[in-house]
Ligand binder design. Sequence first.
Ligand SMILES: [Zn+2]
Length: 334
Amino acid sequence: MKKFSHAWLAFMAIKSLDDKKQDLSDADRKHAESLILWFMNHKDKVVQGAWFPDELIKDMADKHVLKFCPADKAPPNTVSIPPEKRKVLPEEYLIFKHGRASPVFEQAFNVTDPKDNLPDRCESLAEAVVDQLKVQEYEEKGSPVSPTDNQVALWLFMLSHYVADAHVPVHCDSRQFSSGKNIHGKLEKAWDDEIKKYYRLNSQKTRFLYDTDGYPKTAGDLATDKAYQKSFLKAVADELESRKYSHSFGKGNNNVWDFANAICHNSYLISYRFFPSGYGPDNVNAQNWKTLAPDFSLQQVSTAVLADAIDSISRVWFRVWRRYEMWEKKKKQI
Ligand SMILES: [Zn+2]
């Protein structure tokens, strides 16, 4: 994903929590409200913070991906996952629904490179956020070992980057879509361009301009914008609107690591729906890449990826934040 996509997804994750907080229990609503308030106090740097993994850290080769291929095409001695061991996502997830119609749904699939470790990266950042918040609460302000709010912000924004990347189909598919015609880049550019078309940036292009609620300001009134009505961004908004708020990671997924693996497993299925078997670097090109699957459009894949990524960031952030606040509450009762 590209720079403004990452920041926009983070904003929309908080907005969807904000919009749905009436669905939460009283206790959970308090956790949501404190996370939203905290985000609003740090949002000016979300563009930068969520972009460091690509711009500065540059660990794309292994930590932004978990790539799979069908078992019968796998390199020797690679770990194979039978289809019944594929991790599931919450039922409402679009990549989970669309994945069921993937041509490789019934097949075992292999991790092609054991060095890929996106789920580990997500898990370690999530744990680091909870640890930092605990130390911050425990230590005197200004202590050399006490993390600042800004440091926690950076870790949370970076966490959102890796969670979002797991949803990008080509990050979970070992076919080569990055070099040469760079179909990977074209897909991500389509998303970033659409976001920049309908949301306004400041003149230095360092952050979004904000509406009166503190969320990215739209370019005009989108409710009356005819082109926007056909945009996948409108479909993303409608999809999120239709979901009841939940912070489940899906059946059998107990932590961020399980959840990130489940996302990658289903992202791989989506990739084979959008780029059907038989396609790869040799025959996918700048002209045909959007229309290779007769029954799965760019509109559909974009809606699924972006809506689910927003929901996942929201779920991961909320659960990390709540875990810390529950610890804090218990500590105060002792
Ligand atoms: Zn990335």
